[in-house]
Design a binder for this molecule. Structure first.
Ligand SMILES: [Zn+2]
Length: 421
């Protein structure tokens, strides 16, 4: 059987707008959204009024920063504040197609429009093509994941097996009998299928027919990708999104980070002030999806990343999010500096004698103190470590070398023990 070309082409022309077209595209969609939301969403009106912002003040993209950010965890409370999910919706619940529930608890409305969750261009970029037979292993119960990923596959002319999670042996059986070409799920579940398949004596390349996989919902290390791509002989790409807004970004064939979905305006903002940061600087991902039904304007996701605008060989002109480098809640501000676990990890990676590490922050007498614990049988490069640490993180920690295995098995990279009273 000859394989389809899954590496070329685009789904929609809006993926390849040039710079000025793109600016105009964002401008028009945002203006339209702000105007509509201000008029029909009680919550948006309230928030804009409180910030003394009105949609006619939106002249250039930069003006968006005058709108206060809405935190994901605020939704839990806001949604209980009255009808139409506390005035966040611009229509009545009965006019929707579906209403889901995700952890929080947060309700996730789905309107009756084509490509509501916006994943179709991302699935095309991943490599799904008409005629594919796909297995969706995400949950279909209450959470939007299962049905959310059916939508793009239907739009691309593919068939779906709504497998849901679990029943691994049945899944492997279906994959053989129906010659499943596409997998949708978490990377760890695909790894689980691989292990179970191998245990059952299957040759994953010959006995199965998998060619493409879309994964999301978990950290996706490059090493795991390489392993699974080789094991199954597939193209494996990841997407990034949330249950509130749907698609935010996706990888193309070239694996250059996550192309921002063209139904979203993404900003990288300072986690404290909400002020947009420069390209390349790490901060919190703040998104505005062009969704008039559920206008979550400047929703902060709690995830940390950075913007990359260098051209991508695939031709898509959307900015890209670099990898998701962490969560805001694992980040600590120490002596006025933001310390991100991934930055510390980068420093530690250059000292192979360091097995594991942890930072402990305390504030005796109201002054921050930072202790860096490292597990090493011997450590002689203290000065080099202090130098690199200060250069990259901007701080000089106190160093405590402990024997390998001394730190607890499960540790938070930054243990914040400061007291605030
Ligand atoms: Zn690309």
């Amino acid at each position: 059987m000859t394989r389809k070309d899954r590496t070329e082409g685009i789904y929609s022309r809006r993926e390849v707008l040039d710079e000025s077209e793109r600016r105009q595209y964002y401008q028009i969609h945002l203006k339209d959204l702000l105007t509509y939301a201000y008029r029909y969403s009680e919550d948006v009106k309230k928030r804009f009024d409180r910030a003394q912002f009105s949609p006619d003040k939106f002249k250039v993209l930069n003006d968006l920063k005058h709108i206060p950010i809405i935190k994901k965890k605020e939704l839990i409370f806001l949604q209980t504040m009255g009808p139409r999910l506390g005035g966040l919706l611009t229509k009545d619940l009965g006019e929707l197609r579906r209403i889901f529930l995700s952890p929080g608890p947060i309700f996730d409305p789905e309107d009756r429009v084509d490509d509501y969750w916006g994943w179709t261009e991302g699935f095309y970029a991943t490599g799904f093509r008409p005629g594919d037979v796909n297995m969706i292993t995400f949950n279909y119960h209450l959470t939007p994941a299962g049905l959310m990923f059916e939508e793009p596959l239907r739009n691309l002319g593919c068939a779906v097996i709504p497998a849901g999670p679990g029943n691994t042996n049945t899944q492997l059986d279906i994959m053989q009998k129906l010659r499943v070409t596409g997998f949708i799920g978490t990377p760890s579940y695909l790894m689980h299928l691989a292990q179970k398949g191998e245990e059952a004596g299957l040759n994953l390349r010959k006995d199965l027919y998998l060619e493409v996989a879309f994964v999301t919902g978990e950290k996706f290390p490059e090493k795991l990708r390489n392993t699974l791509e080789k094991k199954f002989d597939i193209i494996m790409r990841q997407g990034y999104g949330t249950a509130d807004v749907g698609s935010i970004g996706y990888e193309c064939f070239h694996k250059n980070g996550l192309h921002v979905s063209n139904r979203v305006f993404a900003e990288i903002c300072h986690p404290d002030t909400g002020i947009p940061l420069k390209d390349g600087e790490v901060g919190e991902i703040v998104v505005t999806a062009f969704n008039k039904t559920y206008p979550l304007i400047r929703l902060s996701t709690g995830d940390l990343s950075y913007i990359d605008r260098a051209p991508c060989p695939c031709g898509r002109s959307s900015p890209r999010l670099g990898n998701i480098v962490g969560r805001v809640d694992t980040t600590a501000r120490i002596k006025g500096m933001f310390v991100y676990p991934h930055q510390v990890e980068q420093v530690m990676a250059s000292f192979e004698e360091i097995k594991r590490w942890q930072i402990e922050v305390t504030n005796p007498g109201g002054i921050d103190e930072i202790v860096l614990f490292i597990e090493a049988s011997q450590f002689k490069r203290e000065n080099e470590l202090f130098h690199t640490f200060r250069e990259r993180i901007g701080l000089r920690p106190e160093l405590k070398v402990v024997a390998p295995g001394s730190l607890p098995a499960q540790i938070r990279p930054i243990e914040d023990k400061r007291k605030w009273d």
